[in-house]
Design a protein around this ligand. Sequence first.
Ligand code: NAD
Length: 366
Amino acid sequence: MPTLNFAVLAGDYIGPEVMDQALRVLDRLARLEGLSLAPVPADVGGAAIDRHGKALPESTLAVCQKADAILFGSVGGPKWEKLPPKEQPERAALLPLRKHFTLFANIRPGILYRELAGASPLKNERIPDGIDIVCIRELTGGLYFGLPKETTSLPDGDLRAVDTMVYRRSEIERILETAIASARSRRRRLCSVDKANVLETSVLWRKTATEYVARKAPDIELSHMYVDNAAMQLVRNPNQFDVIVTENMFGDILSDEMACVCGSLGMLSSASLGAGRNSLGLPFGLFEPAGGTAPDIAGKGIANPCAQILSAALMLRYSFGLEAPASRLEGAVRRAVSAGARTADIAFGGPSVGTAAMADAVIAQL
Ligand code: NAD
């Protein structure tokens, strides 16, 4: 029986609430699929600051290093907002994890079920069948990490700040590889988003995408789009896309826009895949909901656990190579929603159930 070794970093506010339910669902799935689960919990974020004095204690990092994947909740919230920026839970936990494991590929499925079309700010006639796209964002390069990155005082008393946008061809090819694999599992259409009419990095990005796809993936239909147009097209007709691949900052903005057009954050999962391989020879990854800790609803038992459950499905697929159980889990969430189970964020004022009952509905559909 395959054993799944993964770290469980639930985090703060609704993090532990939705994580408990995701683990309950995973436990049932494992029994049905003949899998053995070995989750190892560890403190992260504000909870870790309170208990260990820092958002990512060495003990937590050690747990992650021994694991084949990290199932992450979310971190941060009002309790720790007064800390200096460098000690804030998100910055002091997630960024070091990304760096330590070189989590360079952020995969965000933008999925909105037809039944939940009302959750989208888009008019229903634009998305009669819901939305089904993927945004793949380069996560460790570009403007957020390039050097120099500094603010200097000038002799005339003015202040000058610099950020540096920098990419190597090998970094672009690495993220293209992830995007091609994703497109191959879907409709084989890849849209590379850049700003090649203005930015030097984008010129290299576009040239690399064109050459690499022609050489390595002639079966993939590649298109290019400027980022400003992509922002408009996501609102006009999101389903014209299949897989979007783009650099760090563009992806940061576009993936949040995509989350918005897809309705509730409570339904959206994400995967961040690392450059390294786990003990199974598959990508090490961190899997987490697209949303945050939702302090406004924490402690009430009403948070939607689906994003966390769907993040667990991504973990099964990418870090454990278990496509069939991953699809089974995703299908169960879809059928639970189709059958009418709704937490408040997707109930549009109609009857709703709590976090545990939503997980029960998913378990019933497994
Ligand atoms: P948020 O995503 O936590 O919440 C935005 C809105 O979405 C809220 O109304 C919330 O109730 C709702 N929501 C989010 N997840 C939901 C769920 N599972 N079920 C139902 N409703 C849900 O964003 P925010 O309020 O801007 O941030 C709150 C805290 O989370 C901040 O401290 C922020 O720094 C942190 N945060 C952490 C991460 C992370 O850990 N990766 C990501 C984003 C924000």
